[in-house]
Design a protein around this ligand. Structure first.
Ligand SMILES: *[C@@H]1O[C@H](CO)[C@@H](O)[C@H](O)[C@H]1NC(C)=O
Ligand SMILES: *[C@@H]1O[C@H](CO)[C@@H](O)[C@H](O)[C@H]1NC(C)=O
Ligand SMILES: *[C@@H]1O[C@H](CO)[C@@H](O)[C@H](O)[C@H]1NC(C)=O
Length: 335
């Protein structure tokens, strides 16, 4: 008991001692064309999605309102490893000026909000976002070899923490042909460790232990869990002779499922259905963070396009199970 007070004090002091500083902070409403040298795409994206968009802004707001990075072009050589510098943003919702994740791409998605980060994990047929079949994947983060991001100029925002958009400076995203995971860490002392980006060969399950089940779209509250690769006093280095197991998934609670996740209709597709609003109505959580009620990020943008259709989770079958097993067994290739 005697030692407890000073220890607590030391831990509480940590954020002030180790606060991160970042060279630039952007707001979605006033983004420049580009933010890093050598950028292939743009940050000034407008508010209308289109499938040749080169937008590189990701929004991580909720289970029905997230984006991830994937290749701009299809092709056998468009692996994540080969295209990491030029990935573009693909979002579930219209309104961000990105590409739209095509209907029926995402087969399961689990959004969790913890004190330190928001995270989406799931499975799908990600060949529909240009990842070549058989690509066991790679890792994307804001710390490429030359100091620029992978992709160069990628910016990540969330309105889940405060209801307002904030830029997230530390994030990590793994993509393969069948699985995705994206963690966006709230700025602060814990962000670099909880969004650690050095374990690029280890894949989603090891870096972001969580629920990857197919056939479920859910949002939960959760604990922050342990930093990747840190086991008590020892820290694993990728390539060490023995690889420690993944941490246990952190506890989660207050989960609410949504029967479907909204997908903005692609241009030329049919009129929106009315089979259920993909909006915040699905959230039973006390925390008003789903972001579904958030409007488009630009100052001029109103609510996301009214032309919203939905897809529902099909009855989950052997295909989904097989996909999940494949994912579990999948190996990851260094990028
Ligand atoms: C991919 O392959 C095609 C056809 O071989 C080639 O034209 C293209 O330049 C390649 N792209 C990249 C990024 O290597
Ligand atoms: C993934 O989607 C593509 C394009 O729609 C399709 O051809 C392919 O069969 C799908 N793969 C699986 C495993 O369902
Ligand atoms: C994942 O979530 C689904 C739906 O909430 C649940 O049925 C399943 O048990 C969870 N799996 C794990 C491993 O937690």
């Amino acid at each position: 008991m005697v030692a407890a007070a000073p220890l607590t004090f030391a831990l509480l002091s940590l954020p002030f001692v180790r606060a991160q500083t970042y060279s630039a902070t952007y707001a979605p409403s006033s983004l420049p064309d580009q933010t890093e040298e050598g950028q292939s795409g743009t940050n000034k994206c407008g508010t209308s999605n289109h499938q040749d968009s080169m937008c590189q802004n990701v929004y991580m707001n909720g289970v029905d309102d997230f984006c991830f990075y994937a290749p701009p072009q299809p092709g056998a050589n468009a692996t994540i490893g080969d295209t990491e510098r030029i990935e573009v943003s693909w979002c579930l919702k219209d309104g961000y000026g990105t590409r739209t994740i095509p209907p029926n791409t995402i087969q399961g998605a689990h959004f969790v909000q913890t004190p330190d980060y928001v995270q989406i994990t799931g499975v799908g047929n990600l060949t529909q976002v240009n990842i070549p079949a058989g690509d066991s994947g790679g890792e994307l983060d804001p710390h490429g070899a030359d100091g620029n991001g992978n992709p160069i100029g990628g910016l990540v925002f969330s309105n889940a923490f405060t209801g307002q958009y904030v830029q997230v400076h530390e994030w990590t995203n793994y993509m393969s042909d069948t699985q995705f995971c994206f963690r966006a860490c709230k700025d602060g002392a814990n962000a670099p460790a909880l969004c650690q980006h050095i374990y690029d060969e280890m894949g989603c399950a090891w870096n972001m232990p969580a629920n990857y089940s197919s056939g479920v779209f859910e949002r939960c509250e959760g604990d922050s869990g342990e930093p990747m690769g840190v086991y008590g006093t020892s820290t694993f280095s990728q390539g060490d002779p023995s690889t420690p197991p993944a941490h246990d998934p952190p506890a989660s609670s207050a989960c609410t499922t949504v029967p479907s996740i909204g997908v903005a209709s692609l241009s030329g597709s049919s009129a929106p259905t009315s089979t259920g609003a993909p909006s915040g109505s699905a959230s039973g959580s006390s925390r008003a963070t789903s972001g579904s009620t958030g409007s488009a990020p630009s100052a001029t943008g109103g609510s996301p396009s009214g032309a919203v259709s939905t897809f529902t989770s099909p009855g989950w079958t052997l295909q989904g199970l097989a996909l999940f097993m494949t994912v579990l067994g999948g190996a990851w290739i260094a990028v």
